[in-house]
Ligand binder design. Sequence first.
Ligand SMILES: Nc1ncnc2c1ncn2[C@@H]1O[C@H](COP(=O)(O)OP(=O)(O)O)[C@@H](O)[C@H]1O
Ligand SMILES: [Mg+2]
Length: 410
Amino acid sequence: MSNPFTKVLIVEDNDGDAMLIRKMLEGAEAQHFEVTRAESLSEATKLIGVKTFDAILLDLSLPDSHGIQTIESLRAVAASIPVIVMTGLSDETVGLNAVQKGAQDYLVKGKVDAFRLVSSIRFSIERQRTIIEKDKVERPKAQIITLTSYKGGTGVSSIAVNLAYTLATTVKKKVLLIDAAGFANHISILLNLRPKCNLADICKQGKELDKQFLDTAFSTLGDNLSIICGLLKTSDFYDINPSFIKSLLETVSYDFDFIIIDTKAGLLDELNMLAIQQADMLFVISTTELLAMRDTKFYISALQEFGIPEEKIKFILNRDDLDVGILDKKLAQKKIDIPIYSSLPNDWQLSVKASNYGKPILDVDPKSKLGLAYKNFAAKVANVNLVSFKQDSSKPEEEKEKKKGMFPWG
Ligand SMILES: Nc1ncnc2c1ncn2[C@@H]1O[C@H](COP(=O)(O)OP(=O)(O)O)[C@@H](O)[C@H]1O
Ligand SMILES: [Mg+2]
């Protein structure tokens, strides 16, 4: 092990037991240990949020948690730290159950000596590391989707939020949503979040990001959606460092299926440029007004001039049935000169209602045209077939195929 000290957190309410373990570890000759003790699950959770640990020794009976629930709660806040459970003489089956719930090992109090304790810690750390490495090899890298537009107000933040939520809930993908749109902080408003950490706090950690810190830094909604909220105060701006954000994307790239980045309008900003360059798919959002279309056409050619490959750029038409501008989607497609990847109907009332409630469109009205359009959009992004979400207006695939040849832009 390269680090001279192995940092161990003992979670144990019994002073005598805690002292015994501390003595064994501090007396170990083969390895140096730095020992921290928590007397309850809540104290342990707090410590994990502010300090790094290599391993946790966990007593399952604590003043604020008992039995298997203790390991489940701890793993929820410290999934990447190996946990060794300490059980009483009479409950070895509990130890085995804990291993099934993700503990690396269990030790029976009163039967453990310094040698067994130290080797269990070393073994658990190694095993956890192997699991993480194996997971990396087996899991594909997250696809990064950046949403952008030439001007503000076209629906970038709304689409980022609703696409992320639909991918997480309907398609069951693991999604990280990042608000890189500056001070507007629209994502936390649209999802009614009270974030503990934002993008600036994560940047403050520097390049070497600690997974344990990240486990507690993300806000979450349901099982599959993690969120990093935007900037809150002027001083946050000075903490933003695009190269640290690049490291963040690398560090978490095997933990998610999709990373969705909301940006503020325009190109000429270091953070926007990073989000655009890192994208596997770049969704350029436009509404239907003629001027918006012109701007979008110009914007897409500027992106290409900046070296963004054409195949990464996807055109999204928002509020496609709004009573202004280009009403014919085919004409819109022709104007922009690239195919429409997805289009979303106008539903001002539902959009306002959703943002007032701080809820995604799908939670407010899943059967609405806009809700269905999000389901189809998410299915396309995840490359899955959600036939049942087909909208009434959509033509059968065959017919679409036949028509393709009739229009040069089809
Ligand atoms: N499909 C839609 N139908 C109706 N209103 C929409 C739609 N998409 C977004 N909006 C509304 O448009 C406004 C701007 O959206 P927002 O997501 O903040 O845009 P941006 O992030 O591009 O500035 C918001 O009031 C939002 O509710
Ligand atoms: Mg926005």
